[in-house]
Design a protein around this ligand. Structure first.
Ligand SMILES: Cc1cc2nc3c(=O)[nH]c(=O)nc-3n(C[C@H](O)[C@H](O)[C@H](O)COP(=O)(O)O)c2cc1C
Length: 187
């Protein structure tokens, strides 16, 4: 046994009723069913000033505590709304606080949520910038188009294909994290 993987979900919207948050919650529920422990970082409800390289994390609101939670993760599911064909400023701001220390040896899954139909560029931007901080990004990813048709008010995912895809990404993150943990533990 090499222990239980911890999967952290990051939701990059500040909007009340965020579909991204609903999607990330779904992913974490799937990760739990796959045997992981989970933690949710809802960037809509944290105190995180605009990243300033000259200001220590200790003086940057919740930054230190959030980074400690990220460093504890074996896997993450990062979710962002699509803003102008890319991720949100809320996600980017958090991303700028994070670096190799947070993501080295961390498996990542990607979820993007669009009001319209633009999903590919945002998934690409997340993939390449997560890889830029050495996250091991799983091949599967989820882009939700026309989000208002896909989520119920209670957070239910109304589209079975999207639900399966979200669950699949979470399961891949857990399985890959387990493989990495076993490999670190050795024979
Ligand atoms: C500043 C801004 C830019 C947006 N740009 C796009 C876009 O390029 N393509 C798109 O399909 N939807 C776009 N949308 C719509 C959001 O993707 C949509 O409202 C989404 O549900 C937001 O996620 P949330 O519910 O988690 O906040 C934009 C919304 C905002 C506020």
């Amino acid at each position: 046994m090499t222990g239980t993987p911890l999967v952290v979900g990051v939701a990059g919207s500040r909007r009340d009723g965020s579909y991204t948050l609903k999607g990330v919650r779904r992913a974490l529920a799937a990760a739990e069913r796959a045997g992981a422990e989970t933690d949710l970082v809802d960037l809509g409800s944290v105190d995180l000033p605009l990243y300033d390289p000259d200001r220590p994390a200790a003086e940057s609101g919740d930054a230190e505590a959030l980074l400690a939670r990220m460093r504890a993760a074996d896997g993450v599911v990062v979710g962002s709304p699509v803003y102008h064909g890319s991720y949100s400023s809320t996600f980017r701001n958090f991303h700028d606080y994070c670096s190799f220390d947070e993501y080295e040896d961390t498996v990542a899954g990607i979820l993007v949520v669009a009001g319209g139909g633009t999903i590919a560029s945002t998934m690409d931007h997340l993939r390449v910038t997560m890889r830029g901080v050495h996250a091991d990004v799983v091949p599967a990813q989820v882009g939700v188009r026309n989000a208002s048709d896909k989520f119920g008010a209670d957070g239910t995912v109304l589209d079975d294909d999207i639900a399966d895809r979200i669950d699949g990404v979470a399961e891949d993150v857990v399985a890959t994290a387990r493989r990495r943990m076993a490999s670190r533990a050795g024979p």
